[in-house]
Design a protein around this ligand. Structure first.
Ligand SMILES: Cc1ncc(C[n+]2csc(CCOP(=O)(O)OP(=O)(O)O)c2C)c(N)n1
Ligand SMILES: CC(=O)[C@@H](O)[C@H](O)COP(=O)(O)O
Ligand SMILES: [Mg+2]
Length: 636
């Protein structure tokens, strides 16, 4: 029986002798590598905090004390130690445990996370509430150096620091975001001084203080205080002390003894403390240590070598096509600049970054800043392309509205991961973008049906003189050739791709392929469906849609998005505005709920965004009583 086998809750962990903890850390690492090698997941970040996680649970009494993991992609050891060891092999699988902390999954998960930089605010909120309720206990926010580039983290520190609440912030500093961390903060945190340099500097400092004229007590007190704070002035502590946190560190995040000792001491302090921990991303698994960017979020791999087990996709991803197109287009157009918020690999911009470093901007996990920064560049005649995942762009709503749309700045939004993303689940699905972008005056919204159209839409966006968004999904594209010379599309024009007299299927984005397949199968059932590739969610191709709606009298809209506020809603608004309430309609899309995690194709099927789902909707609007399940039962 392993040590890990004996731990059903943190109470069992506390029964272990300190000397057993390094062995436990090895077992946890092995377990994490084993499961992630099969299921995929956030490996490197989780491996980097194994000792820290053990130490926190060894010293504190969770869930009486609260732990808030920032982003939460590093919480696998936490899951293993808090009653989810047996469920851990189901990590990120359909019906299995989530890859992120989730309040509904465990009482040990204090806050549901997935988006970064929230832990300080949430933790501070908890500590305030506890004070009001007269309860004590420590609230511990654990945040990475990458997540500390997000502005909301400072908003939290700004309020928590001066409050004297029982709030511990642990900064897990591995000098990495997903890619190398960026900006002034990253170099400030990693600022190290040799002992000799520090001593010399201290000597100089004392001399300078002594040389000051003694004009009364004030200057003396100032000098004394300043000298005492010397350490804080020349280490990263300066920043956190300015926020009125007691700063401790930096300490080695893999030295269990030190971690436990210092946490024992902090446990006795009843005030805001920031503990700075240095760790190594991927620690303990050589392939992840060597390539932490690849092993940040990884698919299935061979445990022994770290080699990918994913079958080579038959087509490039939409992200890759976007990245390649950006490079080609930027060759001839010097106005094109690319902006990413800490996701250069994820958004396909690494080649752009190396080819055009002066035109590439990684702003850190700072989506709000990234959008306003792009608006600033647009005012100077640049063509900023802001590539941000749909789910993270939610952060920058006011900036899109106020700083981009109001003055109609030509900022291009490459909204990647639009639709269901799969195993990351509800925190990461991009299901709200059409609804949040659609009401904004001046905004144009496109969604390509395939990679060739993505390329054309990028051309279209570059030619357009105003805010414009291209929304495309995660994963492999359709496998069609990309014609780099294809011209821009006319704004607001869709295309009829199949004639039919019984109804019209209105497809947006990659649902076109599903609609075409459904139309073929419906034809075999004696239902002739026309199919329109809408291309534009805003402005809609009114003429085309109204013509075919009038002709068939029946319309089914199909989108990988929430039903509320999305493409189907836009079409219904059009019918209402045009007095066409008699058209029989059905919408295929996502109902008013959050979608769980699991394989993307299976999630689509369960949400009815599938050939069968479209056929069911077609049966409904045509008044046919068959269901796809009865057809399957009859072997048709
Ligand atoms: C708002 C938001 N933007 C982007 C991301 C994508 N993302 C997830 S983890 C991560 C890097 C976090 O770095 P850090 O906090 O240092 O954690 P590490 O992986 O280094 O342990 C990024 C950019 C996110 N989760 N949330
Ligand atoms: C934790 C996080 O937010 C990212 O690591 C995200 O999981 C990346 O998603 P992709 O795998 O779609 O790039
Ligand atoms: Mg980091």
């Amino acid at each position: 029986m392993t040590l890990l086998d004996q731990i059903d809750s943190p109470a069992d962990l506390k029964k272990l002798d300190r000397s057993q903890l390094p062995q436990l850390a090895r077992e946890i690492r092995d377990n994490i590598v084993d499961v992630v090698s099969k299921n995929g997941g956030h490996l490197a970040s989780s491996l980097g905090v194994v000792e820290l996680t053990i130490a926190v649970h060894y010293v504190f009494d969770v869930p009486f004390d609260k732990v808030v993991w920032d982003v939460g992609h590093q919480a696998y050891a936490h899951k293993l130690l808090t009653g989810r060891r047996d469920a851990f092999p189901t990590l990120r699988t359909l019906g299995g445990i989530s890859g992120f902390p989730k309040v509904s999954e465990s009482p040990y998960d204090a806050f549901t996370t997935g988006h970064s930089s929230t832990s300080v605010s949430a933790g501070y909120g908890m500590s305030c509430a506890r004070d009001i309720k007269g309860e004590n206990g420590k609230v511990i926010s654990i945040i990475g150096d990458g997540s500390l580039t997000g502005g909301i983290a400072y908003e939290g520190l700004n309020q928590s620091g001066p409050s004297s609440r029982n709030h511990l912030v642990i900064l897990n500093d591995n000098e990495m975001s997903i890619a190398k961390n960026v900006g002034a903060l990253s170099s400030f945190l990693s600022r190290t001084f040799s002992a000799k340099y520090l001593q010399d500097l201290k000597g100089e400092f004392k001399k300078a203080m002594k040389a000051l004229p003694k004009v009364g007590d004030d200057i003396y007190q100032f000098a004394k205080k300043t000298e005492e704070s010397f350490k804080a002035f020349v280490t990263p502590g300066m920043l956190f002390e300015a926020f009125k946190f007691e700063y401790l560190g930096p300490i080695d995040g893999h030295n269990m003894e030190h971690l436990i000792d210092i946490l024992e001491n902090i446990k006795k302090l009843n005030k805001p403390v920031l503990l700075h921990v240095m760790s190594k991303k991927g620690m303990g698994y050589a392939p992840a240590e060597a390539n932490p960017v690849y092993f940040h979020g990884v698919g299935a791999f061979e445990k022994e070598t770290g080699n990918s087990m994913k079958a080579k996709p038959k087509a490039p991803s939409y992200t890759e096509v976007f990245g390649r197109s950006m490079v080609e287009l930027a060759e001839t157009d010097k106005r094109i600049v690319a902006v990413t918020a800490a996701m250069p690999e994820g958004t396909g911009l690494t080649e752009f970054a190396s080819r055009f470093p002066e035109r590439f901007f990684d702003v850190g996990i700072a989506e709000q800043h990234g959008v306003t920064f792009a608006a600033g560049m647009a005012t100077e005649g640049m063509k900023p392309v802001v590539a941000i995942y749909s789910t993270f762009l939610q952060r920058a709503y006011d900036q899109i509205l106020h700083d981009v749309c109001l003055d109609r700045h030509p900022v291009i939004f490459a909204v990647d991961r639009g639709g269901l993303v799969g195993e990351d689940g509800p925190t990461h699905h991009g299901l709200f973008d059409l609804a949040y972008l659609r009401p904004l005056p001046n905004m144009v919204i496109m969604a390509p049906a395939d990679e060739n159209e993505l390329r054309q839409m990028l051309r279209t966006a570059l030619d357009h003189d105003g805010p414009i968004a291209i929304r495309y999904p995660r994963g492999a594209a359709e496998g069609v050739p990309v014609d780099a010379s294809a011209p821009a599309l006319p704004i607001g024009k869709g295309a009829l791709v199949r004639e039919g007299s019984d109804l019209v299927l209105l497809a947006i984005g990659t649902t076109l392929a599903t609609c075409m397949e459904a139309a073929e199968k419906l034809s075999a059932q004696g239902i002739e469906a026309a199919v329109i590739n809408a291309r534009f969610v805003k402005p809609l191709d009114k003429d085309l849609i109204l013509h075919w709606a009038g002709k068939t009298g029946r319309v089914v809209t199909v989108e990988e998005h929430m039903k509320a506020g999305g493409f189907g809603s836009a079409v219904l608004e059009l019918f209402s505005d045009e007095g066409l309430a008699h058209i029989t309609t059905a919408r295929v899309g996502i109902e008013d709920h959050f979608v769980e995690h699991g394989p993307r194709a299976e999630l689509c099927r369960r949400q009815g965004i599938s050939t069968e789902g479209v056929m069911e909707a077609a049966f409904r609007v045509t008044g046919r009583t068959e269901s796809v399940t009865t057809l399957a039962g009859k072997g048709r």
